[in-house]
Design a protein around this ligand. Structure first.
Ligand code: XMP
Length: 326
């Protein structure tokens, strides 16, 4: 299938100049493909969909409609950033759907990891379909497919992401990044003027914080997890670890232990910190985070996050642990 093979003559995009040349050529190709048609894009705010959105906005402007579905399992500030960057700064047609209640109601009481993933994936498709049916004249569907997705069609994304996008819709696919590797997507994103917080974003699973809130998700534990994650990210950034450590996050498991908070006995959750490095996510090693950084994070999480009274550091490489907890 030569359509899905990176041209041998294609130079690796490593500099802003090469990125600009790629962007210029790709914008012309997008305009030729789309003409005066209308394009729809599911914009999660991850690196790939963000870069596709920025390219399509440049190529066809208001002929693009982006749908951002907030499934209630986003990290702190993530949906707000999508709205600010794409809706306000880049002036995209952006439909924002806050489907938090819908997802969390469906997930209530569900503790099996695969069932949780299926509910999240299935509900995502339904919300996206409902929204797209309200639009008329859409001929194209933008997708953030990148080259590793094609090379490893049974790779991590394909393995994990239950569902994907609806199959029964008859849109022609628009995939401007399909021959790029992740590092090239980042160089292109930077050249397009996207903020570093989007371009250098660490991988974030489709089911979001749902797989870091093991067992049946409750709103209060999910909130504690989101706040703890925000503190971890802030402190890693301050310590110069953002962009250096491959993936770092918190997990708030579903059990409680005793503690003392504000002079009173507490019975609260622990928070687990995971910080790993890897090349391909198939194996991973543990980042040796400096003790004082870990102590500062522990201090902040236990004092600032309601419902958490302990912080633990996960020393387990992959294997034997997976990177995520579910
Ligand atoms: P595990 O936990 O299997 O994760 O060691 C390997 C990498 O895959 C990410 N991951 C996902 N990515 N959808 C995704 O696109 C998912 O459902 C999903 N689950 C895990 C994980 O964050 C890690 O980078």
């Amino acid at each position: 299938m030569c359509d899905n093979k990176r041209p041998e003559t294609m130079e690796r995009i490593t500099t802003p100049e090469l990125a600009n040349a790629f962007i210029e050529k790709e914008l012309a190709a997008l305009r030729a493909q789309i003409g005066d048609g209308k394009v729809l894009l599911a914009l999660s705010g991850g690196v790939d969909s963000s870069v596709v959105a920025a390219m399509l906005i440049k190529a066809v402007g208001k002929q693009l409609t982006c749908i951002h579905v907030n499934h209630g399992l986003m990290r702190k500030g993530e949906s707000e950033e999508v709205i600010r960057v794409f809706g306000e700064e880049l002036g995209a047609n952006l439909i924002y759907v806050d489907a938090t209640d819908r997802f969390l109601d469906k997930l209530a009481g569900v503790s099996d990891p695969e069932t949780k993933r299926k509910i999240i994936g299935g509900e995502f498709i339904r919300v996206f379909e409902e929204e797209s049916k309200k639009l008329t004249g859409i001929g194209f569907l933008g997708q953030g497919t990148i080259y590793p997705d094609i090379l490893e069609s049974d790779g991590i994304k394909a393995h994990h992401n239950v569902g994907g996008l609806p199959e029964d819709v008859e849109f022609e696919l628009v995939e401007p990044l399909k021959f790029l590797f992740k590092d090239e997507v980042r160089v292109v994103g930077k050249a397009l003027g996207l903020p570093d917080s989007m371009v250098y974003r660490q991988p974030f699973p489709g089911p979001g914080l749902g797989v870091r809130c093991p067992g049946a998700i409750t709103r209060d534990r999910l909130n504690a997890l989101r706040e703890a994650d925000a503190i971890l990210r802030e402190e890693f950034e301050k310590a110069g670890l953002m962009g250096k450590v491959w993936q770092y996050f918190t997990v708030v498991p579903d059990f409680k232990s005793t503690g003392i908070k504000n002079g009173k006995r507490s019975f609260d959750w622990p928070c687990i910190i995971r910080a790993v490095n890897t090349r391909d996510a198939m194996t991973a090693t543990i980042e040796r985070v400096a003790w004082d950084v870990l102590q500062r994070i522990t201090d902040r999480i236990t004092h600032e996050v309601e419902g958490i009274n302990r912080v633990l550091y996960d020393l387990t490489p992959k294997p034997t642990g997976t990177i995520e907890y579910e």
